[in-house]
Design a protein around this ligand. Structure first.
Ligand code: UD1
Length: 446
């Protein structure tokens, strides 16, 4: 990063400062042990966005040929999506540490089928449905079940594809989809669902005529997918806004693409420094994707600035409590919420946290309470009364973000915090413990 920097504006509230990173020392783990370590310092690099790369991988079924994806994190979800593409007959190779090459071997037909064993491992696999129907005219995809956040319906995905002419039958736990050729349609989403927007978008690019997706999700990952599709030869306008317009084309071709940085991984390091104190630089992070979070962290007392290379953040001591409420982008992402709850648990004052996206996304709170946090849940609200320090305890990671948040809370918990089922963290973070340790956190894997 250069010494020059911008402050405030799009996501900033302080001065930047950089120190050299220490060596990364740990790999993927089942169990993490965390002790309070005092202020963090140094530089950490953020990887490619999990929620983008999974959809880009799904989009590769839209055209035959050789794709190269760069800035791909080495995480379990990517490996699971690679297994799904392989099960369909594709070759997926890690051609460099953060690069995937995907192609179909000559004389092999892709099988448009997503088996239960793989969909069950990763719910996001449902995004293959749209591109498979668009390309092959039929697809057989296992119905995803619920998960630890509660029910995760896919009605909006199905209705969008139906509007474009897909017919569905549901048999033996599978969605069987059929369409002669998809036709463009006006799709009005009841809610700006990320997955439904992506499924509709990937189907619309090969549909006959114009598709308009209204009340579309606006997440940066949708804009990344649209950029990928446009590079392939699609005509997608307005991605990143609430109205996406797609002019269907006859054929697409494979491309090379660099995945956008993971804003939730970047948020995790911001939360870590917020809890432990100190000052860090997060290279590769894009502040313009995290405006609302940065505004909220500044309200809590952090100082944050950014330039084209990344984000600098400083926490001058114990932070102030604030109220937060999750909303679709550009609102505060639900994926940040466990991290914010961990931060509030050690802040000064009382914060009210409201979850507006996933009914059951509060399970990790019982684990934080085991660490001495004072949190009361009422419906989709949590009232968090901050304490100066938590108390290290054995806790369980129920999902990716919850696991990360528990580890972050451990940075300000007396004694040892042991996070079990830490393999969940590896679904979305590459070398989670190593990167935190590089910032001076006392984290070890066993
Ligand atoms: C994606 C992200 C996830 C993030 C979420 C919201 C991936 C792999 N995951 O999940 O990390 O937390 O966006 O930002 O990208 N819903 C329906 N019917 C549907 C679809 C969704 O009722 O057909 C509801 C969901 O139950 C939920 C809300 O809409 O309450 C938002 O879900 P959605 O935006 O679709 O999330 P995902 O795409 O599953």
């Amino acid at each position: 990063m250069h010494r020059t920097h911008r402050t405030v504006g799009s996501g900033g509230c302080g001065r930047r400062f950089a120190r050299r990173a220490r060596e990364s020392i740990l790999g993927p783990v089942e169990r993490l042990s965390i002790r309070p370590s005092g202020p963090l310092a140094g530089t950490v690099a953020v990887g490619g966005a999990k929620n983008s790369v999974l959809k880009l991988m799904a989009a590769t079924v839209l055209a035959e040929g050789r794709y190269v994806l760069r800035n791909v994190p080495d995480i379990t979800d990517v490996r699971d999506m690679a297994d799904l593409l392989r099960a369909m007959g594709a070759v997926v190779e890690r051609s460099a540490p953060h690069e995937l090459t995907i192609y179909r071997p000559p004389d092999t037909d892709l099988l448009p089928e997503a088996p239960y064993e793989l969909v069950e491992r990763m719910r996001a696999s449902i995004v293959v449905l749209g591109p498979l129907v668009a390309r092959f005219g039929h697809a057989r995809v296992a119905m995803p079940g619920g998960d630890d956040f509660g029910p995760r319906p896919i009605d909006m995905h199905l209705r969008a594809l139906e509007a474009m002419g897909t017919e569905f039958e549901f048999r033996h736990g599978y969605i069987e989809a059929r369409a002669d050729r998809l036709v463009g349609a006006r799709i009005l989403l009841e809610f700006p669902s990320v997955g439904a927007t992506e499924n509709a978008l990937m189907a619309a690019v090969l549909a006959k005529g114009t598709t308009v997706i209204d009340n579309a999700a606006r997440e940066p990952e949708i804009a990344d997918l649209a950029a990928f599709l446009n590079r392939m030869g699609a005509t997608v306008l307005g991605a990143g806004s609430s109205t996406i317009r797609v002019e269907g084309v006859e054929e697409l071709s494979p491309v090379e693409h660099v995945v956008i940085p993971d804003r939730v991984e970047a948020a995790t390091f911001l939360a870590a420094v917020g809890v432990a104190g100190g000052e860090i630089t997060i290279t590769g992070a894009r502040a313009e994707h995290m405006d609302m979070l940065i505004t909220k962290l500044c309200d809590m007392g952090m100082r944050i600035s950014h330039d084209h290379e990344g984000i600098w953040a400083m926490a001058p001591g114990r932070l102030r409590a604030i109220d937060v409420s999750t909303l679709p982008y550009p609102g505060l992402a639900t994926d940040y919420k466990p991290l914010l709850v961990a931060m509030l648990a050690v802040s000064d004052g009382v914060g009210i946290v409201t979850e507006n996206l996933f009914a059951g996304r509060f399970r990790y709170i019982d684990e934080l309470v085991r660490m001495g946090a004072d949190i009361r849940v009422e419906g989709h609200h949590a009232v968090v009364r901050g304490k100066p320090m938590l108390s290290g305890a054995p806790v369980r990671a129920h999902d990716i973000r919850a696991g990360a948040a528990l580890a972050v809370a451990g940075l300000r918990a007396e004694g040892e915090t042991i996070v079990t089922d830490a393999a969940h963290i590896d679904r979305g973070y590459e070398d989670f413990a190593g990167k935190l340790a590089a910032l001076g956190a006392d984290v070890s894997a066993n």
